[in-house]
Design a protein around this ligand. Structure first.
Ligand code: G4P
Length: 525
């Protein structure tokens, strides 16, 4: 329990959203509060421009600086805050899912006009699987949007989580007057030209006529009625249900106008969890244990082909990490030392001597790590695997240069270890199939195979609908299924059986014909 104080003050989280809801803007405002950056626009540069959807070269250039912004750490109000950045582009969704395994809580940004969008649903699924505490920030109140009550219903229904508003908007769009902060019982006023909280008034009693003085009769009456309804409909906020991942507190504001952001941050610091226990296969690991342990959740390749080194991002699960100490690489059963581990303060990357549970350290690597690898002070621990989801797109990968088949295989293996995409090997004909979330990943793979491994690949269309990880307690049924579907059976990288269904119809039929087989759409079940 030696590091208790250090660990308790850490808050490691990610901000996630459907593209364009305001994740980057909110991140930037939080960094401004923490004094980690001083000018607006500093974070923007990490974002993959939306116009560049299919231009990998451009994305590569833009990604060049993203190592530094993968983790943004800063001190604020006695806390050490670690924000883990997630890629803005939908095609890199798997990266985001993996990053979510390294955080202790999440802030989801929802656009008041657009409501819950596809990507948000998927991200929430991951949070639900891991029971990650979630706060929702409804953004862009300076624009017209949905009725807040309707939006809350939509969030509950679509994200399958109970909500509890902790602030409430007073009108929106051009008529937006501010929010009533239920959590702190204060009125935060907004003046469009000022674009930040112009005044905060604490209200002992919302019935006080002082309210009318600030927002007029009509809005006062409506606010009181809304608050009454909220108290009637939603149970009182209970931090425990938030920490258990059952209830999401909801805040309203405008990230662009820096409105409601500080309030969000202050409440977040109060209620969000410090590093939580992490499940390993062997046992549950408590953050405050003396022994160090951590796992690799992300590998960032160096884009310079002359230096094929990577940075492995390690989330520290317990104890203290020290520079130059010997740690066990569990999969290799070998001790390793790291002389230049990096931490990420604000947007700078610097060598660190020590780091604690909750922190992320970057370890320069030349191919020793793959996603999910565990490092410890000596104990044999395996942190639970990170889920793979069924890809959306599939293609056969073929060798386009017969002289370079070795390089191609090595390249494919290493890129898959990095988690760039998923590899399935057909059990029937041995052909390799790459599964991705979006077209862009195929371009990334082709480009990197050529530039980093000197190998050329070509893609061949294969029409597949979903990858399903299958299991059954009845091995005879399983054997029968595999025989019947022989052409569509594959193994994933870990050697698990995967059924590649070629259409939604065929999949439904298979589920009907084989009720004793369970079909999973993610690899962690
Ligand atoms: P993302 O990371 O979730 O993809 O979203 P991002 O923060 O980049 O925001 C997307 C767009 O929404 C940006 O405009 C941003 O300025 C705008 N935005 C963010 N918060 C608010 C808000 O509270 N109110 C309003 N009205 N707009 C907001 P853009 O035109 O795409 O980019 P830019 O030209 O402003 O950089």
């Amino acid at each position: 329990m030696a590091y208790s104080e250090e660990i308790q003050k850490r808050r490691t989280f990610a901000i996630v959203s459907h593209p364009d809801a305001g994740k980057t803007t909110l991140t930037e405002k939080l960094l401004l509060f923490g004094g980690a950056i001083h000018v607006a626009g500093a974070v923007k540069s990490n974002k993959i421009r939306k116009t560049a959807t299919s231009d990998w070269m451009d994305i590569e250039k833009q990604r060049g600086i993203s190592v530094a912004t993968s983790v943004m750490a800063f001190d604020y109000s006695g806390h050490k805050i670690n924000i883990l950045d997630t890629p803005g582009h939908q095609d890199f969704a798997e990266d985001t899912f993996r990053t979510l395994t390294a955080v202790d809580s999440v802030i989801i940004v929802v656009d008041i006009a657009k409501g819950v969008e596809a990507q948000t649903r998927k991200l929430m699924e991951v949070c639900r699987m891991r029971k990650t505490p979630v706060i929702v920030f409804v953004n862009k109140l300076d624009r017209d949007g949905k009725d807040p009550f309707d939006l809350l219903d939509e969030i509950e229904e679509e994200l399958k989580i109970k909500v509890r508003p902790l602030s409430w908007p007073i009108d929106m769009g051009q008529r937006f007057r501010g929010v009533y902060n239920i959590y702190e019982a204060k009125l935060d006023l907004y003046t469009p030209s000022k674009q930040y909280v112009t005044e905060s008034i604490v209200f002992e009693d919302i019935l006080s006529p002082e309210l009318e003085e600030h927002i007029g009769d009509t809005l006062s009456a409506r606010l009181r009625a809304d608050l009454e309804l909220i108290e009637g409909v939603y149970p009182a906020f209970d931090v425990k249900t938030y920490l258990e991942g059952d209830t999401a507190p909801v805040f309203f504001g405008s990230a662009l106008n820096n409105f409601g952001v500080k309030e969000l941050l202050d409440c977040f610091l109060r209620i969000a969890p410090s590093p939580r226990p992490v499940k390993a296969l062997e046992r549950v690991v408590e953050p405050e244990e003396d022994g160090f342990s951590g796992f690799v959740f992300k590998i960032h390749a160096n884009m310079d082909p002359n230096h094929r080194s990577c940075i492995a991002f390690v989330k520290i699960c317990s104890g203290r990490f020290e520079r130059n100490a010997n740690y066990k690489h569990v999969r290799f059963n070998r001790l390793m030392r790291f002389s230049s581990p990096t931490a990420f303060m604000a947007q700078k990357k610097e060598t660190v001597d020590e780091a604690f549970a909750g922190d992320i350290v970057g370890l320069p690597d030349t191919g020793n790590f793959k996603i999910g690898d565990t490092l410890t002070s000596g104990e044999e621990l395996h942190f639970k695997g990170l889920p793979s989801f069924s890809p959306e797109m599939f293609k056969y990968i073929e060798n386009a240069d017969p002289m370079k088949s070795k390089q191609l295989n090595k390249g494919i293996e290493q890129l898959m270890d990095e988690g760039v995409a998923q590899l399935f090997t057909n059990q029937f004909n041995g052909r390799k199939i790459i599964g991705t979330v979006g077209q862009l990943q195929f371009e990334v793979i082709q480009y990197r195979l050529l530039h980093e491994y000197g190998a050329q690949c070509k893609w061949e269309t294969v029409s597949l609908h979903k990858a399903c990880w299958i299991e059954s307690g009845n091995s005879a049924v399983m054997d029968n299924f595999k025989r019947r579907k022989a052409q569509y059976m594959a193994v994933d990288k870990e050697g698990r059986d995967v059924y590649l269904a070629d259409s939604a119809y065929v999949l439904t039929m298979a589920q009907q014909d084989f009720p004793e087989i369970k079909f999973h759409f993610s690899s962690e079940f």
